[in-house]
Design a protein around this ligand. Structure first.
Ligand code: UT7
Length: 334
């Protein structure tokens, strides 16, 4: 069987930077609260006046990834696009990316696994490559959160965390033994679906778009039982990492770099502590981008790679936890 390796990677965040101080103009919050509870110092927001879109961010990230892989859109056999904030309710953003970059008439799969979206998408891409069906797959995570947050007191604990952006990787078939994606591990536990969710537009409601749900605290905005989600995250992420290590006969100390989903710096620190990893082995960039959900892992992975923190032969571990609940891990020999 073939295996798949990351042949190119890229990310893009919109120009507009919103600091914690900027947020205090329209959110009842402080820089101190946000930094202490989450680690976030600034995030990037899209600018509707510039016509910025979710798939537009994906285009920019994908162009970089393709160029670094030495490929053109014509070489790509499949798009797997993870997002919880698609441009349209339907069709998915994958087809908008397919149109925008002039790909062949290849399949474009939109994937909904929230913060685990990127690892789920990577896993889907990996299966198509391993079976020999496709040679080059574009995997994207892209989000625009800022237009859908509840900036009132109902939603301020959620609103201050999130940011916009996109990351992309090109996954390519390789014959090199022991290289590339070693394994992926995906999980969900739907009994907690409503602990972190956006309920509307709700197809099973008599009126899918009720105006009262647009009020602060309403169902069109994300709700999160923050402490509950936090507790599950710090348990499930180390569990998923250990699962990946054990599946490949490795121990935590064998990890060269851990790229966790950037949900909260305190979650990252708790995971790091559980595994006994030193700071230099753990990627943390939530300070600059906030939580970008499906984009957070590819952005962090790409930044770490650009900074020379990931070298040929390194053992790279990805892990995530988020709405669903969903959680996942991937182990990669770079
Ligand atoms: O990526 C998907 C997965 N998501 C996560 O993993 C997130 C997990 N959860 C968290 O990271 C944290 O729970 C939050 C950062 C979301 C919230 O932190 P917390 O320590 O759980 O705060 P809290 O919501 O329990 O609120 C504590 C206090 C409350 O005041 P009282 O009742 O103690 O007087 C809130 O009203 O902080 C208040 N508060 C705020 N104050 C200033 C809540 N949000 C804010 C705010 N600014 N933005």
């Amino acid at each position: 069987m073939k295996s798949s390796k990351i042949a190119g990677l890229g990310f893009y965040v919109p120009e507009k930077v919103v600091t914690n101080q900027d947020l205090t103009a329209f959110v009842n919050t402080t820089n101190e609260w946000i930094v202490e509870r989450t680690g976030v110092r600034q995030r990037h927001y899209f600018d509707p006046e510039k016509g910025e879109t979710n798939f537009g961010f994906a285009v920019k990230a994908s162009e970089i990834a393709l160029q670094r892989a030495g490929l053109t859109p014509q070489d790509i056999d499949l798009i797997v696009y993870a997002t919880l904030s698609p441009d349209y309710y339907f069709p998915g953003s994958g087809v908008l990316l397919q149109r925008a970059m002039d790909f062949r008439n290849i399949a474009a799969i939109d994937l909904r696994a929230q913060c685990s979206g990127f690892i789920y998408a990577l896993s889907v891409a990996d299966q198509f490559i391993k079976t020999g069906m496709y040679k080059h797959v574009l995997v994207v995570g892209s989000e625009i959160h800022s237009s859908g947050l509840d900036y009132s007191d109902h939603g301020r604990h959620v609103a201050v965390i999130f940011g916009d952006g996109a990351g992309a990787v090109v996954l390519s078939a390789t014959d090199e033994p022991g290289k590339g994606i070693l394994s992926t591990h995906l999980h969900s536990e739907g009994k907690y679906a409503e602990e972190l969710a956006v309920i509307y537009p709700k197809s099973s409601a008599k009126n899918r778009n009720p105006i009262e749900e647009l009020q602060p605290g309403g169902g069109f905005y994300p709700v999160m039982n923050g402490q509950y989600v936090f507790k599950h995250a710090v348990t499930r992420m180390p569990e998923a990492i250990m699962e990946a290590l054990e599946a490949n006969n490795y121990k935590p100390e064998d990890i060269d770099i851990l790229v966790p989903h950037q949900a909260n710096i305190r979650i990252t620190q708790a995971v790091q502590q559980r595994l006994g990893l030193p700071d230099e082995k753990v990627v943390s960039n939530i300070q600059n981008y906030g939580n970008t959900t499906a984009a957070s892992i590819p952005i962090a992975l790409c930044e770490a790679w650009e900074a020379g923190r990931i070298k040929e032969g390194d053992l790279v571990c990805l892990c995530s936890f988020g709405s669903g609940f969903t959680w996942a891990s991937a182990l990669i020999r770079w």
